[in-house]
Design a protein around this ligand. Sequence first.
Ligand code: MYA
Length: 167
Amino acid sequence: MPIPDTSRHTPASMDANPNIEKRASHCFGCGPANPQGLHLVFTTDTSNPDIPVATTQFQLDRLHEGPPGYIHGGIVATLLDEAMSKLNRPLNVLAMTRHMEIDYLHPVPLYQSLVLTSRHLSREGRKLFHRAEIQRPDGTVLARAKGLFIVIDARLLALAGLTQPES
Ligand SMILES: CCCCCCCCCCCCCC(=O)SCCNC(=O)CCNC(=O)[C@H](O)C(C)(C)COP(=O)(O)OP(=O)(O)OC[C@H]1O[C@@H](n2cnc3c(N)ncnc32)[C@H](O)[C@@H]1OP(=O)(O)O
């Protein structure tokens, strides 16, 4: 019997380390340990600490195809969600996506280098409002999203058997 590939088959509940950041190494969007993930690496501009901006460049191939030659719409949503989620740590919170809405303005092409960027808009208590865009290098916006993220408190994290990130 073949030995299971633990990078794919170990359930999160069986990971030894409860630290939330170490567990994030298999995140489909940004986890370096996920062999099928997107491996997105963001640069975060915190020159205005109240309005962080996250940016990355990416290029996908047919593994993520939807319409012939273009990225699947669900993957477009993943890209936009991932970019917005990268604004939470610079704001010193853990937060999860509660709601997002997407405008698919143009098909998003495979095999082209594209720019994915996100920006924090505002905060109301535990509600964070962000936006994100996918652009061609010439600035043409192909898809954009607005997202509502809810701050996860330590109690909820503990209930899930997880611990806070190391500061
Ligand atoms: C538990 C595991 C923890 C893991 C931590 C990982 C951290 C890092 C992970 C990185 C992940 C990367 C990203 C990912 O992929 S995250 C993965 C995808 N997201 C999820 O799985 C989250 C699932 N949802 C939940 O678990 C709960 O909803 C949470 C815990 C988030 C909040 O549940 P809770 O029961 O506490 O609250 P609520 O849901 O009733 O509502 C909350 C508030 O939102 C308001 N509202 C709702 N809709 C709208 C709207 N359209 N416009 C304006 N406002 C709206 C609503 O009125 C309320 O406001 P208020 O009444 O309070 O004023």
